[in-house]
Design a binder for this molecule. Structure first.
Ligand code: NOJ
Length: 794
């Protein structure tokens, strides 16, 4: 094994340069027995018999070593996404020991690697080239949690389509997305990569993304294979600490964690990725129950399963395998087809076959699933179909893609608060804006943490650039960075940053004070203060758990100083998680959550601040008041002692489920998000007071835009079952529609409910419905709804 700790130069993404003569150097030394060119693979189902015959023939020719080689996934150097890297992958490709590679984008780079596999191995089996294309390849869309905040499935699909189009010209045919882990703990940095806390929304987003990435033909040169990840339970890492254990009841697992994954199987997702976590005592990567019993036998998944990065090796520290060889045996027999980076299959599977611990038939099955995907990608027909510099030049960062990214970005912003209609900024009333904050002019941060191939130096449009482009000479922008988002750990620095002008010896202290002074002087000469604050991009992502949800650095201190000026204050938050925004909620006039908005983020933010676009995003995750409320989510259980904050006799509420030092309610509820315009909801109309086993219940509500702006509203439908054989949540999202309204326009919005929408895992894990009383809620947020009731009858 050639595992090495990463040298820092590699961490910066240095590319591998292949000698131009590599192919010729080796060609004569090996016995090239090329794979014959088969019939077209573009409509694989029509040609399934040919595919099967071709793959049968190929497997029959393969040695055990070559078969095991197909089960190996290596990482290139173009990005670094894990703790180890193997710098011998080129030689391993040549020797037929690599079936797929990732972190290796670029049409030319991919072609060079593909050539090694196609021209220099005995059988010439092409590589699959993958990459983490999470929210855009080079045109970066909003971070996944922001995309979820659009509540717009077409937008999510479009983002995936654009990403696929750019990637599939740039040497990539496989993405490790979507991540469908359901999350409830904002301390976990990867909530940024999720679609939030709700199973209905997460499932819908996951399916839209799979459809967007894969289209209806994997061999098309504008689609890529998707990966359903991480299977399963990774989003419930204990204490919000990445890679930590998940302990979840069977009921909860099947109710909230499994459904997005099942839906992706039904949507035809090509691959699955295992999860790092220990799930109820068995690490997911070694779980036969998950990878075989559920995924293959119960759900009928036909693609292949890749492990997460060195996740097989990690079965040893998990305490589930004695050593690496034992780990390989467990993971392979459990159903993990492909080993990401760890090289344990290439290291040990042959020995395990010789010892009778792994069967060659099972290896053949795994190889078959991988070769089938290679066929379906069209790689046997033309291994270079995804390496097209001309197409890449046409597709990557083209005007349509950038416009789509701008549109999806502005749809993702959530207006959390807007007192006195501070937003939009009124151009006829203001001459100047103070633009302050470490994220106001940071190209580096705009595209978020997981924008692997995205440019961070030139392409991203910052808020400063966006506002200048929007307002031109009409409004003066007085910019000052003002604050730092870097963690400040020493007390002296924190004090220095708060006391302006306090003489300190250390330069760091002085410069914080100097920055603050600049911010104050910019604010003094401006009509309104716009602060762009939040988290440095690296804080919201993998391996970025936090114990505090407050804005890091001295950002709060700077806001407090600016507040003293008594001017209108707008806070634009950039971060990939719910933050503790209590101070801002009490002190700032308007708050817009912008996540990490992507390449066109600055323009999109200017669109919203200027009123060219009225915000329409809704929170996909509850914002707590403080980290102490975590985990907090809208679809909680009622408890036996539900607390009633509205009871005038609060003494009666003492022995109730509540905190002594905080309300139970969140700062901003799931589904919350304001608009510049105002939507009025009429009364709910139900087609019947009962729902029969074969029946449908139609519910409608009249929604009117009674404000001055055109805008989009997300109309949300929730239900609550009063009594169940398993206690039911206080609300469950069952439907939503994002609808555009002109100013003054009214529309009747209708939903249809069937008993299947009300089915759940009943006592004894029996899926089905239970007759009884239900509440039905429709509204603009989970905590702002109108209620009706109906009865489900047997
Ligand atoms: C580890 C992450 O958990 C996974 O999501 C990602 O796809 C792999 N690294 C590859 O970069």
């Amino acid at each position: 094994m050639n595992k090495k700790l990463l040298p820092s130069a590699i961490a910066l993404g240095i590319s591998l340069s292949l000698p131009a003569t590599a192919a010729t150097m080796f060609r004569d030394t090996i016995n090239v027995e090329r794979t014959p060119a088969p019939v077209s693979q573009t409509h694989w189902q029509d040609n399934k018999a040919e595919m099967d015959a071709f793959i049968d023939g190929l497997i029959a020719k393969m040695t055990l070593k070559e078969k095991i080689g197909q089960l190996d996934l290596q990482s290139g150097f173009r990005n670094v996404t894990g703790p180890f890297i193997n710098d011998e992958y080129e030689a391993q490709i040549r020797s037929g020991q690599v079936g797929a590679i990732f972190n290796a984008y670029g049409a030319d780079f991919g072609r060079a690697l593909q050539k090694l596999a196609v021209e220099e191995t005995r059988l010439g089996i092409p590589l699959i080239v993958g990459h983490d294309i999470i929210h855009g390849h080079k045109t970066i869309f909003p971070q996944s949690i922001g995309e979820a905040a659009t509540w717009d499935l077409e937008a999510a699909k479009l983002s995936a389509q654009v990403a696929a189009k750019e990637a599939a010209a740039d040497g990539i045919m496989w993405t490790f997305a979507p991540m469908a882990d359901l999350v409830r703990d904002p301390r976990w940095g990867r909530v940024s990569e999720s679609a939030g806390e709700d199973v209905f929304l997460s499932t819908a987003m996951a399916v839209a993304r799979v459809e967007g990435f894969q289209g209806d033909d994997l061999a098309a040169t504008d689609t890529v294979m998707a990966t359903a990840k991480h299977f399963v339970g990774y989003g419930l890492a204990q204490a919000g600490r990445d890679y930590h254990t998940t302990d979840v009841s069977e009921h909860e697992l099947w109710t909230t964690q499994m459904p997005p994954f099942k839906a992706m199987v039904d949507a035809g997702v090509a691959t699955f990725m295992t999860a790092f976590n220990d799930l109820n005592g068995v690490p997911a990567t070694g779980s036969q129950f998950l990878l075989t019993d559920v995924l293959r036998d119960q759900w009928g998944f036909e693609g292949f399963v890749v492990t997460d990065y060195t996740a097989i090796n990690e079965l040893v520290p998990h305490g589930y395998a004695r050593d690496d060889k034992h780990a390989a045996e467990i993971a392979f027999n459990a159903g993990a087809d492909m080993d990401m980076v760890g090289q344990l299959y290439t290291g040990y599977l042959a020995e395990l076959v010789a010892e009778g611990k792994v069967s060659e038939e099972k290896i053949d099955q795994s190889v078959r699933t991988i070769l089938e995907m290679k066929w379906r990608l069209g790689l046997f027909e033309d291994p270079y179909r995804y390496n097209d510099e001309a197409r890449a030049a046409r597709e990557i960062l083209n005007a349509d893609n950038l416009e789509a990214a701008r549109d999806v970005a502005r749809k993702s912003f959530v207006l959390l608060k807007n007192d006195n209609q501070t937003l939009p900024l009124k151009q006829d009333e203001i001459d100047s804006i103070a633009l302050i904050g470490p994220l106001a002019d940071s190209k580096f941060d705009m595209i978020g943490n997981w924008a692997a191939a995205g440019d961070r130096k030139d392409q991203p449009v910052t808020v400063l650039e966006g506002l200048k482009a929007r307002f031109g000479r009409d409004v003066k922008i007085n910019y000052a960075q003002g604050a730092t988002y870097a963690y400040i750990n020493d007390k002296a620095t924190i004090e220095a940053s708060q006391g302006i002008g306090v003489p300190r010896i250390e330069e760091g202290h002085r410069s914080l004070a100097r920055d603050m002074k600049r911010a104050i002087s910019a604010a003094k000469k401006s009509d309104v203060i716009v602060m762009v604050m939040g988290e440095e991009q690296r804080m919201s992502g993998e391996a970025s758990s936090r114990v505090e949800l407050t804005l890091p650095g001295n950002q709060q201190a700077v806001m407090e100083e600016l507040k003293k000026l008594g001017k209108p204050m707008v806070l634009v938050v950039m971060s990939g998680r719910p933050n503790d925004l209590r101070w801002a909620d009490e002190n700032v006039d308007a708050i817009l959550h912008a996540w990490y908005p992507g390449t066109m983020g600055g323009h999109a933010i200017a669109d919203v601040l200027s009123g060219d676009y009225s915000p329409s995003g809704k929170l996909p995750m509850t914002f707590p008041r403080s980290v102490g409320q975590v985990p907090i989510f809208y679809n909680q259980k009622n408890t036996g002692r539900p607390f009633d904050a509205n009871n005038p006799n609060q003494r009666q509420e003492h022995y109730k489920s509540r905190y002594d030092d905080s309300p139970n309610t969140p700062l901003y509820a799931f589904g919350h998000g304001l608009s510049y315009t105002e939507f009025h909801y009429g009364e709910l109309t139900l087609s019947s007071e009962t729902l029969t086993p074969d029946g449908e219940l139609h519910v409608s509500v009249n929604v009117s835009n009674v404000g001055d702006y055109a805008g989009e509203e997300v109309i949300q439908l929730y239900t609550r079952q009063h009594v169940g054989s398993i206690t039911r949540p206080v609300k469950e999202l069952k439907g939503f529609q994002k609808v555009h309204f002109e100013s003054g326009e009214s529309k009747t919005i209708s939903f249809t409910l069937t008993p299947e929408d009300l089915a759940f895992y009943r006592a004894g894990m029996r899926w089905g419905t239970e007759a009884g009383e239900f509440d039905l809620f429709i509204g603009t947020a989970s905590d702002q709804v109108q209620k009706a009731t109906f009865t489900l009858i047997d």
